[in-house]
Design a protein around this ligand. Sequence first.
Ligand code: ZN
Ligand code: ZN
Ligand code: ZN
Length: 467
Amino acid sequence: MDSVSDNLSGEVAALLAPLPSLQVQEYFNQLITSRSCNGIEVKQNLSNGKGVYAKSEFKEDELILKDQILVGIQHSSNKVDCLVCSFCFRFIGSIEKQIGRKLYFKNMGLSGCCDGEEDDCVKYNGNEEQCGASSSNHNSLPQEVVSSLMNGEMALPYTDKFPLPSPLSCPGRCQEAFYCSESCAKTDWETSHSLLCTGERSETISREALGEFIQHANDTNDIFLLAAKTIAFTILRYRKLKAEYVNKQAKQSVSKQSLLLEAWKPVSIGYKRRWWDCIALPDDVDPSDEGAFRKQIKDLACNSLELLKAAIFDKECEALFSLEIYGNIIGMFELNNLDLVVASPVEDYFLYIDDLPDAVKEEAEEITRPFLDALGDEYSDCCQGTAFFPLQSCMNHSCCPNAKAFKREVDRDGQAVIIALRRISKNEEVTISYIDEELPYKERQALLADYGFSCKCPKCLQDSSIA
Ligand SMILES: [Zn+2]
Ligand SMILES: [Zn+2]
Ligand SMILES: [Zn+2]
C-alpha cells in the first residue's frame, strides 16, 4: 500500500472508531438540553452500549421525548401519494392539492394504489380499470376536474378547517423539493440539499452525474439517498467548521482530520456495521448462496458510491467516499431501522365530513363522495420514510416495553414522539419494542437477530424457561 492510501485508511479507521465515552456523554447532554427533554439521560455501559434512563418519574401516557431527525428521507414511492416539506415532512399545499395530486398520479398509473401487491394490480392505461381487486370502488374523474383541484381552482367544502402551509419551491430550482417555510428551505439547503439538488443553482460537481446517482437509487434501493444525504451533511458541516476556524484565525493549528471528525460526530454516534455483513438473508435466498448474495449487495453499494463520487466528491473529505464508510452508513440505517411516519390530514378531513350533522353532511358528501370513491381504499396514505433519530436510536428494545413511539393529534411533522406506556420510575430504563412484541418467543428472537442481539427481557427469560 502506498502512503497516500495508507493515510486514507487511517482516516477511515478514525471515523469508525468509537468516540471516547466522555465525548459521547457531552454530545448527548447537549442534545437533551437542546430538545428540552430533561426527564431523561443517556447512560453508557462498559461494552459501549447505550441506553436511555428516566431522570424523573413519568406517568402513563406522558410525553418522554420529541426527537428531531438528523437525516431522513421520504420513500421515493411515497412521493406521488403525499406532498410534504422536504425538511420537516409536514404536509403542505391544501387538502385539495393533496387529493388532486394523488388522483393525477393515480390516473397516470403511478400511485401506490395496490400497495405492492402487483399481481392484483392492473396498471391504469387510459381506459381500463385501475385495480383488478377493487375495481368496483374505483371511479376515475375527468382530468379537468383533477387538474382544477390540483391547481386551486376548485374548492371542497370545509377544507378551511384543515389549513396547510403553502409549498415553497427549492432555492436551487429543482422543482423536486418543496418546503413548509423559509426556515425549512434554508436549513435543508445549508445542511445537505445544496449538494444534492438537481436544479440550476445546485452546488454539485455534475448535475448529470447526480441525476444518474438518484436514478440508480430509485431503481435499486432508496437507502442510498439517505446515505448520500449523510455524506453531504458531513461535508457541509466540515466546510462550515473550517470557515469558522479560519475566521477565528486561531493560533494553534487544527488538522483537516480533526475537523472532519468533529463534522462527523453526530453520525459517529449511531451503531454501525457494514451493510453487506449485517443485512438479513432474505427468505428466498438459499443459505448456501449467502456468500454470493452478500457479494452482490456489496457490488450494488460500490456502483452507487461511484455514481455519488462523480456528483459530490470533495478531496478534503475523501475518507467519506470510501466503500467502508459508505457500507457502514447504510448499515447504520439498516440496524436502527427507524420509520418516519406522518399521518395524512386528508384522513382527518374525510372523518370530519363523516361526523357532520346529517343536515349539512348530505350536502357536503354530494361533493366529496366522487373524490373519495376515486381515491379508493388508500385515500389517506401517510407520509412514509426512513430517518435517523439520535436519541430514539439509543433506546433499547424490550418485548414488554414501558414506552412507545406514538404520534399525537398535535404531532404533524417527522419528529419521533415517545410516550410512556405505563408509570416509569426514576432511574428505570426507558424501553421501546422494535418488533411486534405479541409474536411467539421464537419468532421474536428471529426478528431481533436481524438487529444483532438476542433479547433477554423479562418476557423472553420467562418464555425461554418454558420452551
Ligand atoms: Zn418544514
Ligand atoms: Zn433543490
Ligand atoms: Zn424480549
